[in-house]
Ligand binder design. Structure first.
Ligand code: LMR
Length: 351
């Protein structure tokens, strides 16, 4: 009797464990089926999508809309489960989780991807983009294509570029008007090597740590300032912990939606097509929404009157560009001729 009870308990624990963790492995890499039309029929795929921002931000809403669209387009055969706010992983942890097949979709900020592929530092070149139109051309054109080609050598499948908006400086020490104003400040940044160098050029100290630790770090005065989009500054209440903001638009914060290429290849082609269709629709919607949302967040921060706001003028902007020319010199060879040629073309086209 005792033996039977232990066998039953063993089986129950086994089933419970399989229910808890098992679904995530349904699509673990399998041999490629010969007939792609038949492959995956009557098989449900669950794709865990991890991201680090709030649900009511452009990326948060886009992820939920994407999940809904994929469900509709695949009649429920592909289920995208969204995990926001870094509940599963912080941004760097997402890369590891993707490789271990613990999550299947991530949408990290490009400055986080630059840690894994130095060519992606191109998007961190300060004052690279004059406006959103230029960003669009970059993401949709040859530059975006070259970045996805480059990351493919590390076995990432690039699905789409997603928008947030331009980054602004905030801090508690003084208004930031010229590069010299950053001298001696401790600023939280994302871990891109280019950003680390940029703050060093200004004589500032930079610290990289996960997005969801920023609020507490500001509250405890471990850092003086941050750089981020108005969407992130507002949605996490970061502005409440800061005295000064400069609308500098010095860098663009965009994302790339990535999957592991082996996991992508295990998906039947008809599902891959539905996922891509859903992604195109969401990406187009996000483009307009992210712009509008960041404008609205600026209005909200302005009307809160809790921050002293400076808007960088054209001549101040030129001063910053000059001060940052050593960064361009250092990173051009790292980014490579082919991608830099696209940068110059984009700058020429916008003039
Ligand atoms: C960050 O500063 O870490 C964020 O910009 C993250 C994000 O995904 O927007």
């Amino acid at each position: 009797m005792k033996g039977i009870i232990s066998i039953i308990s063993f089986l129950l624990v086994g089933i419970a464990t399989a229910i808890y963790i098992g679904f995530g492995n349904t699509y673990a890499p399998k041999p490629i089926a010969v007939d792609h039309e038949l492959q995956g029929l009557n098989e449900k795929y669950i794709l865990k999508f991890s991201h680090v921002v709030a649900e009511n931000t452009p990326k948060g809403i886009a992820a939920s809309r994407f999940a809904q669209l994929v469900k509709e387009k695949t009649n429920g055969w592909v289920e995208v489960q969204v995990f926001p706010n870094g509940v599963l992983n912080d941004a760097q942890g997402e890369f590891e989780a993707l490789k271990k097949n613990e999550v299947q979709i991530i949408a990290p900020a490009i400055s986080e991807i630059a840690v894994h592929d130095p060519k992606w530092t191109v998007i961190d070149l300060p004052f690279l983009f004059e406006n959103e139109e230029m960003v669009e051309r970059a993401f949709d054109g040859k530059l975006g294509e070259l970045l996805f080609q480059s990351i493919a050598q590390y076995h990432y499948k690039g699905i789409a570029f997603w928008d947030n908006n331009f980054k602004q400086f905030t801090n508690n020490i003084r208004p930031i008007v010229t590069p010299a104003d950053l001298q001696g400040l401790t600023v939280r940044i994302m871990p891109s090597p280019l950003l680390i160098d940029m703050y060093q050029t200004f004589g500032a100290y930079s610290q990289s740590f996960p997005f969801n630790e920023i609020y507490e770090s500001l509250r405890r005065k471990h850092i003086d300032g941050i750089e981020n989009t108005l969407s992130n500054i507002y949605s996490k209440g970061l502005y409440q912990q800061q005295k000064y903001m400069t609308v500098s638009n010095h860098n663009y914060l965009g994302y790339a939606v990535l999957m592991d290429d082996k996991v992508w290849d295990t998906l039947p082609v008809h599902h891959q097509n539905s996922i891509m269709e859903a992604m195109e629709e969401v990406t187009e919607w996000l483009r307009t929404y992210a712009k509008e949302h960041n404008k609205d967040m600026l209005l909200k921060v302005e009307s809160s009157e809790s921050l002293n706001i400076h808007y960088l003028t054209e001549s101040e902007r030129n001063l910053w560009k000059e001060a940052l020319s050593p960064i361009y010199e250092k990173y051009e060879p790292i980014i490579g001729k082919e991608i830099m040629a696209e940068v110059w073309k984009l700058q020429e086209a916008i003039r």
